[in-house]
Design a protein around this ligand. Sequence first.
Ligand code: PM9
Length: 469
Amino acid sequence: MDQTPKTFGQQAGRRSWAEPWKIKMVEPIKMTNPADRQEELERAGYNTFLLRSECVYIDLLTDSGTSAMSDRQWAGMMLGDEAYAGSRNFYHLESAVQQYYGYRYVVPTHQGRGAEHLLSRAAITPGQYVAGNMYFTTTRLHQEMAGATFVDVIIDEAHDPENLHPFKGNVDLNKVQRLIDRVGADKVAYISLAGTVNMAGGQPVSMGNVRELRLLCDRYGIPIYLDATRMVENAFFIQEREPGYTGKTIAEILKEFCSFTHGAWMSAKKDNLVNIGGWLAVNDWDLFEELRNMVVIFEGLHTYGGLAGRDMEAIAIGIEEAVQDDHVRSRVGQVRYLGELLTAWNIPIVQPVGGHAIFLDAKRFYPHIPQDQFPAQTLAAELYLDSGIRSMERGVVSAGRDPQTGDHRYPALELTRLTIPRRVYTQAHMDVVAEAVQAVFEAAPQTRGLKLVYEPKYLRFFQARFERI
Ligand code: PM9
């Protein structure tokens, strides 16, 4: 047997994937130095949302609005029809949503939370419940502000970062049934179904699960509304993991999944590959009438919803690009590449690796830091200090306070998210990130937690300030 060590690239039979695009324009980024980073982090109150982006080296804060648009999308921007009413770009957007997501009626919004606001107001009567596969920050807040109580009905496996369930975003149908039995079907406004589940680590929902959920909901007349923000990535996992879907395209799987739901809201800033935008789409005419009327109050006329014509054009083109199998494979493949490096180095991350981000398990980085000293916030700060890489807390700070008791909500998952923008960074950037995470992991035993010194009333993770303990 040949004992010669094989170097990377010489492995027999090795076949790599590569991005299905090449780079036409670049944006320089600058390396930062430790002293400046310390000063900037203190100025930002140890909150990565408050850092100036020019002080960031590799920006993994979010995949929201940070993707690179294609040459076709930029060309589409020049075709913006900026008429106040009836812009042709709206009709292009409407037909793209109808074609790829399959819903009948479409309302544009300025971004995802604009759509969440409208749907929550239109579909919730105060005092009702909304059942969802784990909360999302803005989504739950809009549901609560519309008078609903959110109930988590995700499967238990989702709360365990080490559990390898292939569809950790699935809804536990028994939990839904128990809620219906407890409060009555008429008190359940809708099921808030997210594909993939952001706060669980970008975990998917299976086709089998949404099919069964629909059967259950039909028995009680409860609608299912889909957070389609990262549904394309969800479709990829179905194609890869669910029997019967290997031969289907991402576009076919996406449309089939949506067909089990009554409508969807979208932050187009993610899957749809644009820097700004969102939409709502439903099948029911009466609900559409209400949404179309309300959008005029809060966003703009129903044919622009707070967007410029050029933005709608870019979304319409982005929708088509986003469902191409090659694109999704390389997008999730890049996230997975980073995940595999970290896994090989025994760094604790949420498994299986999800669609849009790597989630570092801060509880296992810092077993000595109690949750009320914000381990995940601490980890995000440490990573920035080490190398100028920006990440985001997804733990006790993001979970906020219980509206009834006013206490912190303590989620089982205390995570720091390294979110990968689409079509922006290269494999070399991922190597640099992995090495920085490893350095921070090695220094973990000496790291101290944080204390909260300023807390805004809503969505505190965006603007809260901390000091080192
Ligand atoms: N998600 C993210 O970084 C943006 C900032 S954090 C609130 O993950 C889902 C699943 C999202 C999401 C935003 C929204 C809201 C809805 N659903 O940011 O308002 O991940 O466009 O969308 C962020 P907008």
